[in-house]
Design a protein around this ligand. Structure first.
Ligand code: DC
Length: 223
């Protein structure tokens, strides 16, 4: 049986993580945060004094770093993580420094190719809910389940601030949308959800309703 992939793309702080986790929990699918994979490389470069604006050096680091994928279950959620030297730097990758560096790392073509390879390997963990910027366009363009989340800039900045993070979201979105390789865009056939005025439950409810209307019952391991 071919695993199903639910692709959730969108702008920064548009609620991708919250909603992807809610959907993955509800369906019993494995959750994959691809942003965390790019963040881990940005963190790894910073830690090893590799200039993130030096594309050649970043590509070399990506070729050489020692990584593996694992799937762990925590509070009813199966989540896939990329380990570097056997560790997942969960907190370290959420700093303002890493957020500023990550679009630079993510713009390097060799890095994107490497990441797409690992992201496709996640199918070994079964049905997936994968969130990112290019999942529906580039990683799994063939999936029929594509969602694109967005919200007004003010609302997104408010959400980030509520998480205790101050950052220039507009600048990051601009970098992510304007890079030459796999820029952030609405995937063809994606259902676009602007959730400025919706709660996470309402947003994930819309996503689940759409999936359930199209998915055979046996592929939903409802909890
Ligand atoms: O979702 P996030 O904020 O953790 O993502 C961090 C950065 O990684 C974001 O600025 C763009 C990049 N990214 C990407 O280019 N492609 C993905 N599939 C996921 C993230």
């Amino acid at each position: 049986m071919k695993p199903i992939v639910i692709a959730i793309d969108g702008t920064s702080a548009s609620g991708k993580s919250t909603n992807a986790k809610l959907v993955a929990r509800a369906l019993g699918y494995a959750y994959v945060d691809t942003g965390a994979m790019y963040r881990t490389l940005a963190w790894h470069c910073q830690r090893n004094n590799i200039d993130v604006d030096d594309a050649k050096a970043v590509a070399a680091a990506c070729r050489r770093w020692k990584t593996e994928l694992e799937c762990v279950e925590k509070s009813g959620l199966r989540a896939v993580r990329l380990l570097v030297n056997g560790c997942f730097p969960e907190k370290e990758i959420r700093t303002a420094e890493v957020s500023a560096a990550v679009p630079r790392v993510a713009a390097v073509p060799q890095v994107r190719r490497w990441m797409v390879g690992r992201q496709r390997e996640c199918l070994e963990f079964g049905h997936l809910v994968m969130e990112g910027r290019d999942i529906g366009t580039n990683v799994f363009p063939e999936t029929e389940f594509k969602f694109y989340l967005d919200a007004g800039l003010e609302e997104r900045s408010r959400r980030r601030a509520a998480d205790g993070v101050r950052e220039n979201l507009a600048a990051r979105d601009q970098r992510d949308s304007q890079r030459a390789v796999a820029p952030l865009m609405v995937p063809l056939g994606a259902k676009v959800i602007n959730n400025s005025n919706l709660t996470a439950e309402q947003t994930s409810g819309l996503i689940l309703k759409e999936i359930r209307s199209r998915l055979p019952r046996e592929k939903i391991a409802e909890k």
